[in-house]
Design a protein around this ligand. Structure first.
Ligand code: XMP
Length: 517
């Protein structure tokens, strides 16, 4: 990322590292995560306006504890240590770190010295989130305590002259009442940041670097899934090189209602690219005929998908670059930040055969590589992409085929598409804050007797799902207004053919999964 101020966040393996980076960026300052193994010279090459040392699971007193080049404190660059970062700073600079008599954990009232630039504009006492067993008992020379709690004399310490600050609590978590203020104070009062990290600067920068990477005549191919990341990547690359980008979209026929049309509309009119829509609906239906087992469905669809995609890639002449919608959590989680060289391949293209991959001698174009998901969505909005595309919920690669229990037929696909569209329409009437994290309809394989007018029916039951989750690893059932559910149920039985019963899935994850497959 050129031409923007940068904070380097040195990661010591904290569970909150990504959160710290996100908080810094929310304050409109670019933040890059590096491993603690990164040599100081490499950190300095990045010309940071400030350095943050993260928390971490180790104790500085352990023989194998991660350390840092002490020269980092002598560069005239402001430093903020958080939790382990504070203990490391104290230890490295000659202070004392000891095991606390009592572990401090949870929401702790802390008294702040609000005359310090780090705590300017804050209340003299507020709650901060603590989680530590060790603490600083003597600060290094030149440092004084600027915050304390009942059990901890050094909840924060500072050497204002050298602009080195450290906090024992976690300002990045929302349980710390004024945490975001502490982060903003460090950025603006200590590092002198100007707040130049905005999505419009990002877009300008990204467009310039795509043009530079690809050159005046280079051609790029991107696998467009209709998901947020690949769609925003496509829109951005389209802005940079227009029709020199070819997007390949494989329509397996299990997309949600109108999804393919919306992709076609956006990428032919609003962000013109060479769009190849592979109509593989027949091919996938034939492949899945009579298959009921969900894992087999997934495998068949995954295999066929790569095959379709590779076929198209082979046909494209003169394309040297492959674009991917890789985002920052993929990069961080892949281990590339943690010192290993493994980089996760994007799910769309990771399985491409070697001869197809070999075609892309120009390399990878990954314009979203440094962005978090919420930033990707903001870029999409800033580019003027449709709201539905930018705020799309997670959607499984195999699509509605796994939201149909039992075998998949074109009739069943149409039923689930129509019911799902109604369910989404009704939920989308609710204010943003009341909406579930994920909601969809699934077709149970159950048929039962109903009555319509004077006639008995024997039709399918549709299941509605609505869950609230932050990480999708566990999920709660969303409590929705009764009217939303009853209106949707009435509309579904009236408007969707072959449905005479609507059920609501009241199961959390675990024991159920979010998908109904
Ligand atoms: P489960 O059903 O395992 O799903 O609770 C957790 C989250 O992952 C999504 N999901 C997928 N996403 N490809 C994806 O990109 C897939 O094959 C896939 N399967 C499940 C699911 O929608 C939920 O958000």
């Amino acid at each position: 990322m050129q031409n923007v101020q940068r904070i380097v966040l040195v990661d010591f393996g904290a569970q909150y590292t990504q959160l710290i980076a996100r908080r810094v960026r929310e304050a409109n300052v670019f933040c890059e995560v590096v491993s603690y193994l990164t040599p100081l010279s490499e950190i300095l090459d990045k010309k940071p306006v400030g350095i943050i040392l993260s928390g971490g699971p180790a104790s500085v007193l352990d023989a194998d504890a991660p350390h840092i080049d002490p020269a980092i404190y002598e560069q005239g660059i402001p430093v903020l240590g958080i939790c382990y970062g504070m203990q490391l700073t104290a230890y490295t600079l000659g202070g004392t770190v000891e095991r606390a008599a009592q572990r401090e954990y949870g929401r702790i009232p802390v008294d702040f010295d609000v005359s310090s630039p780090l705590f300017a504009g804050m209340k003299a006492q507020s709650v901060a989130w603590m989680s530590h067993t060790f603490h600083v008992t003597h600060a290094p020379e030149g440092f004084t305590s600027i915050a304390h709690s009942e059990n901890c004399a050094f909840c924060a310490m500072a050497n204002p002259e050298k602009r080195i600050y450290a906090v024992q609590f976690h300002p990045e978590v929302t349980h710390s009442e004024e945490g975001q203020k502490v982060i903003a104070n460090f950025l603006y009062n200590v590092c002198g940041c100007t707040g130049d990290w905005t999505m419009s600067t990002f877009i300008d920068n990204a467009i310039a670097s795509i043009r530079e990477q690809v050159g005046p005549n280079g051609r790029v191919m991107l696998g467009l899934s209709g998901g947020v990341d690949s769609s925003v990547a496509a829109a951005l690359i389209s802005r940079a090189i227009g029709e020199r980008l070819t997007c390949v979209y494989v329509d397996h026929g299990f997309m949600r209602k109108n999804e393919t049309e919306s992709v076609r509309e956006v990428f032919t009119k609003q962000f013109p690219v060479n769009l190849v829509i592979v109509d593989a609906r027949e091919r996938f239906l034939t492949k899945l005929a009579g298959v009921s087992d969900p894992e087999t469905k997934r495998k068949l669809i995954g295999g066929e998908f790569v095959y379709c995609f590779a076929d198209e890639a082979k046909k494209l002449e003169g394309v040297e670059f492959l674009a991917q919608g890789t985002i920052y959590p993929d990069v961080i989680e892949s281990g590339s930040v943690k010192g290993s060289a493994v980089i996760k391949s994007h799910h769309n293209v990771g399985g491409l055969p070697a001869d197809v991959r070999a075609k892309f001698i120009g390399g990878l174009v990954e314009p979203l590589r440094m962005l978090f998901k919420d930033e990707v969505r903001r870029v999409g909005e800033e580019l003027g992409m449709p709201h539905d595309m930018v705020w799309r919920q997670p959607f499984p690669g195999p699509g509605l085929a796994i939201r149909i229990i039992g075998d998949v037929t074109p009739e069943k696909v149409a039923i689930v598409q129509d019911a799902d569209a109604i369910w989404r329409e009704e939920i989308d009437k609710l204010p943003m804050a009341q909406r579930p994290s994920q909601y969809f309809a699934a077709l149970t394989n159950m048929r039962s007797v109903g009555v319509m007018g004077d006639e008995r029916t024997y039709d399918y039951a549709i299941a509605l799902r609505a869950v609230t989750t932050t990480d999708f690893m566990t999920a709660e059932v969303t409590i929705l207004p009764t009217e939303t559910i009853t209106t949707a149920a009435n509309r579904i039985v009236n408007e969707v053919k072959n449905i005479n019963r609507v059920m609501f899935d009241y199961t959390t994850k675990p024991p159920a999964t979010i998908e109904f497959e």
